[in-house]
Design a protein around this ligand. Sequence first.
Ligand code: HQG
Length: 183
Amino acid sequence: LIGVDHDRIVSLSKRMSRLLRHAPERAGLTLDAAGWVPVDEFLAATRIGREELDLVVAGNDKRRFAVERGPDGVERIRANQGHSVPVRLGLSPMVPPDLLFHGTGAVAVASIRATGLDRGGRHHVHLSADRATAHRVGARRRGAVVVLTVDAAAMHRAGHEFFRSANGVWLTDAVPPSYLDRP
Ligand code: HQG
């Protein structure tokens, strides 16, 4: 779209993430139980233009958002993962790959090795299917990046459930320290 620059798309994406994952009430929005909101309502409440919304959804490096027609025929949007507000994404448990990865800041590693990975304010711990992606996630933090390897196969055998979001992020409740690789 002519006239919409990259910075504008990034800032819209951040604002949409905030509203669809964490604080819908800040725009007077209510998400349904699965996190959806009608596109028309979303556009009216945010004053985001339709073309801009389509650009953010289609152009997003991580496919953070899903737009689809609901069972009632109404077009709707939600965030694919990352919520802090309670939503049921309706994901089915899946068998994970043998190894998964978690990128984080070096300062957090001692604490993570002591108590495991916890989900903090989010619904799940987020894990990546490959090292490069995990490294990018960790690089959001200040300072050196550490990529931890998670023995997902052993966790799965022990009964831990794994889910995969629509954009390929692996999700689980918590990773106990015994499933992390030792340095
Ligand atoms: C750390 C982005 C100390 C954890 C990314 C992380 C991802 C601990 C931070 C998604 C800890 C939480 C999620 C413990 C975990 N002690 N630190 N016991 N357990 N931590 O942002 O995984 O751009 O909530 O290592 O791409 O970094 O939003 O999680 O550093 O997919 O779409 O606590 O967010 O996606 O940080 O990132 P976050 P995350 P979006």
